[in-house]
Design a protein around this ligand. Sequence first.
Ligand code: FES
Length: 120
Amino acid sequence: MQAVQGSDQDSVMAEVAATPIVATDAERGSEIIVTADQSLLNAIERFEPSSVAVGCRNGGCGLCRVQLLAGSVRLGKMSRRFVSIEMERERFALACRVYPQTNITYRLSPIEPRIPGNAY
Ligand code: FES
């Protein structure tokens, strides 16, 4: 492997940062582009705003839950109330806390919205 130095390294890093990441909704068959450090929820809202429920945008309400079917992601902090450790092992996550690192495939798996008298 050849070492990359100086401005060559900067251009390689810029190229990596500019490489689009594709997120595919397995059920709809649609593809969206996720940019570096953008959450999956933010990208879905940008390209298909009507397809996803949005609440807190902070990993706390569970409305944006997805199941990851393929690809690598970085996860932010999520409420265990909506994604248990067991669910996380099954690759459930909250889209507002999912940062794709490679092309991914996901399916939406939202919780039911809170309604009075419906304990969850
Ligand atoms: S919008 Fe509330 S957990 Fe993602």
